[in-house]
Design a protein around this ligand. Structure first.
Ligand code: AMP
Ligand code: GLY
Length: 416
């Protein structure tokens, strides 16, 4: 039996762990969370458990940037996740932009600054909207997109001074604003081959109709009408394939998920960013649609043997995230969650619907309280998107806690 270890503690890791278990793996999550434990998954605080695994999937980017995949590979463990060299695609926006220019991958025009006055001058010389990114990692919250020049100027000052994001913000990347539909194309790369998965869409802003600050993601859907086979082939040819060639040319043996954030502009697809891991909450819709063989495909990806493309069910999946009050700026934790059984799954069970735990703690009486900004993701799989949305919301409405933050427009009809 394959011993598979999932590194991480959120909804994404819960979805990955469930899929590995479905395929017959012995699964350990490190550190995991109470909701996974209630779901019968083994959770171990000490990350050293990964050293004795046959397969490790690293969920979050920080350990990858820190070189965890290199350490594990050095001891002979098969890992889904790039080494520190490949992880720089996500770890440094300035590195990414240089890399894309060398590789000829279409992306937004940009300039990099470490000095406030020069950055502000660049902004003043342009019409908005303005896009300002921290160079370093900021948990998905380091990007401001605004049409307000005064806000843009203030944001640059706050970032470069270190006040807003510490050292991660001292260098900023300013970008041309790209208009279009945003899609997440997660692809598997085995060092040589790159195979896109089912395209998905993340709802990044906290409020309905894409208002309010960016978050880690408030919901997702897959597949996408805006990214059919023709568009996906273009993404493969213009973005993914040249990226893998450029990685190889730099001697980088990239084995893991290459997650392309794509803007479908009137001029074709443009790369917004790369992430070097599974998306959260995209994983909560892509993995439940995966046909048989998730475990085998993960092993193939990690061992350089990705010669069979994964297959997906013909249906659709929608996930709705429930977040704590105050998310994303100042989440207030500790609220009692109603509507879950002692196994962490909804009392109002419906076929095709399950709950992935992101930030929950189980109390002695078997109940749950909120313990993270994003608390739960409610995923429904159905024959079509409208049914999946209705089913996900029907269950989400039965799970409540004080001040629950939930978008009501995930996969809304007007967006179809
Ligand atoms: P990033 O972390 O680079 O993906 O940026 C976070 C979000 O900001 C993206 O998902 C987009 O919604 C938005 N964004 C980033 N760059 C641009 C851009 N050049 N034009 C328009 N929107 C952008
Ligand atoms: N869904 C956005 C991310 O995983 O970065």
């Amino acid at each position: 039996m394959t011993h598979a270890v999932v590194v991480g503690a959120g909804g994404r890791e819960h979805a990955l762990a469930r899929a590995l278990r479905r395929d017959g793996a012995e699964v350990t999550v490190t550190p995991g969370n109470d909701g996974m434990r209630a779901d019968g998954l083994r959770c171990v605080a000490d990350g050293a458990v990964a050293r004795s695994a046959d397969l490790v999937i690293v969920g979050p980017e920080e350990p990858l940037v820190a070189g965890v995949a290199d350490e594990l590979r050095a001891t002979g463990v098969a890992v889904v996740g790039p080494g520190a060299d490949g992880a720089r695609l996500e770890g440094s926006k300035a590195f990414l932009k240089r890399f894309l220019a060398d590789a000829g991958v279409p992306t937004a025009e940009h300039a990099t600054f470490s000095e406030v006055a020069a950055a502000q001058e660049w902004l003043r010389a342009r019409p908005g909207p303005y896009v300002i990114k921290t160079d370093g990692l900021a948990a998905g919250k380091g990007v401001l997109v605004t049409s307000d020049l005064a806000e843009a100027l203030a944001d640059v000052a706050a970032k470069v001074s270190g006040d807003a994001f510490g050292d991660a913000g001292r260098t900023v990347v300013l970008e041309e604003f790209l208009d279009g539909e945003e899609c997440s194309v997660l692809a598997l790369c085995d060092g040589t081959r790159v195979v896109p998965l089912l395209p998905a869409q993340d709802y990044k802003r906290v409020g309905d109709l894409h208002t309010g600050p960016n978050t880690g993601g408030m919901g997702a859907r897959a597949p996408l009408a805006a990214m059919g086979p023709g568009e996906l082939a273009e993404v493969q040819a213009r973005i993914l394939a040249p990226t893998v060639r450029a990685l190889r040319a730099r001697g980088i043996d990239y084995r893991g998920v290459l997650y392309a954030g794509i803007m479908m502009t009137s001029q074709g697809p443009r790369l917004l960013e790369y992430n070097v891991r599974f998306g959260d909450p995209e994983t909560q819709v892509v993995v439940p649609l995966w046909g048989p063989g998730f475990l085998d495909t993960m092993v193939a990806c990690a061992t350089g043997a990705l010669d069979v493309a994964p297959t997906f069910s013909s249906g659709a999946a929608v996930t709705v995230v429930l977040a704590a009050p105050g998310y994303p700026q100042r989440p207030v934790l500790g609220g009692r969650i109603e509507g879950l059984g002692a196994d962490g799954q909804p009392l109002a069970a419906r076929p095709g619907v399950c709950v992935y735990h992101a930030g929950t703690r189980q109390t002695e009486d078997g109940g749950f309280v909120t313990a993270g900004g994003r608390v739960l993701a409610v995923t429904a799989v159905a024959a079509d998107e409208a049914t999946a949305r209705d089913e996900a919301y029907a269950v989400a409405e039965t799970i409540s806690f004080e001040g629950r933050v939930m978008r009501t427009d995930i996969a809304a009809r007007s967006e179809a």
